[in-house]
Design a protein around this ligand. Sequence first.
Ligand SMILES: NC(=O)c1ccc[n+]([C@@H]2O[C@H](COP(=O)([O-])OP(=O)(O)OC[C@H]3O[C@@H](n4cnc5c(N)ncnc54)[C@H](OP(=O)(O)O)[C@@H]3O)[C@@H](O)[C@H]2O)c1
Length: 340
Amino acid sequence: MSNAQRLLCLSPAEPPALSVEAAAVPRPGKGEVVVRVEAASVNPIDVKRAGGYGQRLLKLKGAGKFPLVLGNDIVGIVETVGQGVTTRRPGERVFGLVPTGKVGAHASHVAVDARWLRPVGEGQDAAALAALPYTFTTLWQALRKVGLDAGNARGREVLIHGASGGLGRLAIQLLVRWGATVTAICSTANVETCKDLGATSVWDRQRTSLSGLPQRYDAVLNFGAWQDEERLIGALKQGALGSATTVHPLLPNIDKLGWLRGAWQTRRDMRRASGLAAAKGARYGWVVFKPEEEALDALHRLLSEGALALPVGISVPLSEARQAFAHVARRQPGRAILLP
Ligand SMILES: NC(=O)c1ccc[n+]([C@@H]2O[C@H](COP(=O)([O-])OP(=O)(O)OC[C@H]3O[C@@H](n4cnc5c(N)ncnc54)[C@H](OP(=O)(O)O)[C@@H]3O)[C@@H](O)[C@H]2O)c1
């Protein structure tokens, strides 16, 4: 008999076609752990995928075919461990990542590779913690693409677009901690938030055009909008480190133009942007999230130092998941968390 639940996303639709269904508790495969989920987040990508975004390319890894179980972040209790798992034990509280695939984190029980889990520290709140792994890992990958790390960030000038969002807030917190000087780009309503997080200066994108940005940055992170990519790369100084974006057109190009024309357009987009960065002597990259042990280790360490947090805007049970998806779709403040 089934005594577990999962949130199915039935077909591509806006608002999403969600349904909570009974399911069997999964069995852990070799190297896997079954986690009883306490909290899982709804990220912007989940809302996009629920509407059909990225279907063509994501189908290649089983992640585009509906019905889908979405979600990449989990916090919960280890129920069972599979063959070969020595790092985790039943009853342990863990947080971590579920790779993008057919079966995501929006469920009461999830089987996940033990490599993608880390222990939860004393007193850490499940909902607050569930907001972090996917977004932090993506940030970590973006920082690697631009060539910034704890050892070389001090004194660097970093420009962050989308600075008031999940990725942007974590980027400000981490880079300020590493000694970088951050300029945050955000909308008027979020200027004070970015300053409070530690940005040295804030560019209000609703009041001042990005074409006026000075060409003085060592690194640029675009978490805001692809249409601004060229102007952002233009703000790199000569001999800059690099520029990276999470809002590239890889998935939308293939969705809209099909495989052949989409791939051709993607190559064009990438070459144009990387050429502009290369003219500044800078490296350039598009980030595609994937689970990573190094990022999880870094997050685990930073959490133990109390160094990172994202505000939670809404926490609801699976049966009220529509509210969480609507919260993200309407860009309401704070992360959206499901409590299965
Ligand atoms: N490629 C990947 O693997 C990957 C992984 C994770 C996330 N992402 C994507 O990266 C982006 C950022 O993620 P997130 O979790 O930080 O999202 P988020 O929390 O929604 O934040 C995005 C921020 O961008 C700003 N923004 C929104 N629309 C904009 C526009 N048209 N022009 C300029 N700025 C705009 C908003 O701040 P202001 O209004 O204050 O400017 C918003 O706070 C999302 O699009 C997400 O889907 C991609």
